[in-house]
Design a protein around this ligand. Structure first.
Ligand code: BGC
Length: 592
């Protein structure tokens, strides 16, 4: 998922087991409409590669590329046919603009609400798509692309947030991945559209303009959809928020969820974005800061967007005709969506690290094969074309590469950053992760074709090298976040062999505080048991040789806890009260 610098439910589902309601048709409708945001993101990622390979587009805006690729006038190396900084800027501008607007999106979501943010995003998209489709010169093309970027910065912040707020709590995790799935479907649709219009000289106008269709879906959605209950409550309209929640859940029995939203909203309001940034810069949160920057970096340096942005161009450079290049793109995009589905279905079973480590091996092998095949085969043919058999082989290997990327760094690049932040650093941490993702997407978009020209087949080995680095990094430094309740994140880092060194002495403080808190919670739980009249049980608990000691504080089985830091009770995990928040937030709460 993309995701903004916002918190859906800060103190996670406090009384989740008591939530009423079901997955209503209305929620499904709401989710589908707002998922148009994911489609838009994907469509705009996928559309440019096909468009830049279209003769009509090249002739109008990039005549030098047209001469090299269509007329074959110059004797440039096949690897350099598309090497043009301005052409790359066309692709990458969107991400620079997205990075810029993502910094404002969180504040807008909070102050004006989710609907207004979606509406703004849709308008920016429509404007951008219109300018691009009607572009008469490079300026119009670039301004249009920048508007799309502004729209994406907003959409990638608000849509995942909105989805997580309207969905019943047990569907929230899946929705994170659903946004990524819609993104890949958007990329696929872009490939299909490009394939469909390739024979039409002005087909690129339709390809670029069609982004407006999804934006229109988002626009209609932003008008007819309800404001999210959280946003209404956040802005003081509690009764309206309750009414929307009742409608979304299809029941009047929403008291438990209401209570949680109220508490979470109150807690979230205790931490301003500025405070969140200040905390993220302290040593105690160093792991979160580093991971928020490095995970998006690694996601982009798998080389995925070299393929997503430029795959038609790559195949065209290797000598495939336009039609074949676009067809290969569609095949690759189908694999991308199907493999993302694998992650959606299995990530909560196998965990995040499993996919990151497995994919590391798969990506390294496939990228090395592509590099070596090109190095040994390409130079052999005078006409600058790979034989069909070799091209098919390269396509198959790229598909295997795409599959691994799509079930690993693709979704995990969004999921893991969203799971490593506690309430106090989440707004800043997620803003940084979104902005870093756009920044590194910009870097790849802006440099890949030049790298291909300069490094030739070596560019695939370059990415293979980064895959080794990120896989080692994942092995040693990315903790498993599956099933870790948000309040346990600091202790997870403080007890991590390497991260604790990065954090310094503060890690020991966190461990001590956690131990003290655990003991006092345990005592409180025992007291409650006694006060509840469970005298027999209390008596048993106080008895030294009592063989049923564990009854005193029922342990909950959480995969990552160990015997040194047992949780006091189920309630304590699902119900982080103010006292159980980190001391920093409690301090803020007092200050606030
Ligand atoms: C990445 C995009 C990428 C897409 C590919 C997303 O998670 O952020 O940059 O193009 O996956 O499926």
């Amino acid at each position: 998922m993309a995701g903004g610098g916002m918190v859906a439910v800060g103190a996670e589902h406090l009384h989740a087991e008591a939530y009423g309601g079901r997955l209503t048709g209305y929620v499904i409708f709401v989710a589908i409409l707002s998922a148009c945001g994911g489609l838009l993101f994907g469509y705009d990622i996928g559309v440019t590669g096909g468009v830049t390979a279209m003769a009509g587009f090249q002739q109008k805006f990039f005549p030098d590329v047209y001469e090299r690729t269509v007329l074959g006038i110059s004797d440039t190396s096949p690897y350099c046919k598309y090497d043009n900084q301005v052409l790359q800027t066309f692709t990458s501008t969107m991400f620079l603009a997205g990075m810029f607007s993502s910094f404002f999106a969180g504040t807008m979501c909070r102050k004006l609400g989710r609907k207004a943010t979606m509406f703004t995003s849709a308008c920016l998209f429509i404007l951008g798509a219109g300018l691009q489709a009607g572009a008469q010169n490079l300026a119009m093309l670039f301004v249009g692309r920048a508007f799309l970027g502004f729209g994406i910065g907003f959409a990638n912040t608000v849509v995942p947030l909105y989805l997580s707020e309207v969905a019943p709590f047990n569907f929230r995790g899946g929705l994170n991945m659903l946004f990524q799935l819609f993104t890949t479907i958007g990329i696929l649709i872009a490939g299909l559209v490009n394939y469909g219009v390739q024979d039409w000289w002005a087909g690129w106008r339709l390809s670029l303009g069609l982004a407006a269709a999804f934006a229109l879906g988002l626009l209609v959605g932003s008008i007819v959809l309800p404001e999210s209950p959280n946003s209404l409550i956040e802005r003081g309209q509690v009764e309206k928020g309750r009414a929307v929640l009742e409608r979304l859940r299809g029941t009047k029995d929403v008291e438990a969820e209401m209570e949680d939203i109220l508490e979470a909203t109150e807690l979230a309001s205790l931490v301003s974005l500025r405070q969140s940034y200040t905390m993220l810069l302290t040593k105690a949160y160093r792991p979160q800061l580093i991971l928020s920057c490095l995970i998006p970096f690694f996601q982009q340096f798998t080389g995925i967007n070299a393929i997503m942005f430029y795959v038609p161009v790559i195949f065209n450079s290797l000598g495939s005709g336009r039609r074949a290049s676009l067809l290969n793109t569609i095949i690759i995009n189908c694999i991308n969506s199907a493999s993302t589905m694998v992650a959606v279905l299995l990530v909560d079973k196998f965990g995040r690290r499993f996919f990151l480590l497995e994919a590391g091996v798969q990506m390294f092998i496939t990228q090395t094969i592509v590099g070596v095949v090109l190095a040994t085969q390409f130079g052999k043919y005078d006409d600058g074309k790979l034989p069909t058999g070799t091209t098919v082989g390269v396509l198959v290997v790229i598909c295997v590469y795409i599959a691994s990327s799509a079930w690993s760094w693709g979704p995990m690049g969004w999921l893991v950053p969203s799971e490593i932040h506690t309430l106090e650093t989440r707004p800043a941490g997620m803003s940084i992760a979104v902005a870093a993702n756009f920044l590194f997407s910009f870097v790849i978009g802006q440099s890949f074709l030049s790298m291909l020209c300069a490094m030739k087949w070596g560019v695939f080995l370059f990415f293979a090298g980064w895959v080794v680095v990120m896989t080692l990094f994942a092995y040693f430094l990315i903790p498993e976040t599956k099933g870790v309740p948000v309040e346990r994140v600091p202790i997870m880092f403080a007890r991590h062999a390497l991260w604790s060194r990065v954090m310094g002495p503060v890690s020991l403080e966190i461990i001590e505080r956690d131990a003290t808190r655990t003991i006092s919670r345990q005592a409180a739980a025992d007291q409650r048991a006694a006060a509840n009249g469970d005298l027999k049980k209390a008596a048993l608990c106080n008895h030294h040789e009592n063989p049923t000691q564990s009854l005193c504080s029922p342990q909950v089985s959480v995969p990552w806890t160990d015997q040194h830091f047992p949780m006091a009770s189920h309630q304590n995990i699902l119900n982080p009260t103010r006292a159980s928040l980190s001391p920093d937030v409690s301090r803020l709460a007092r200050l606030g």
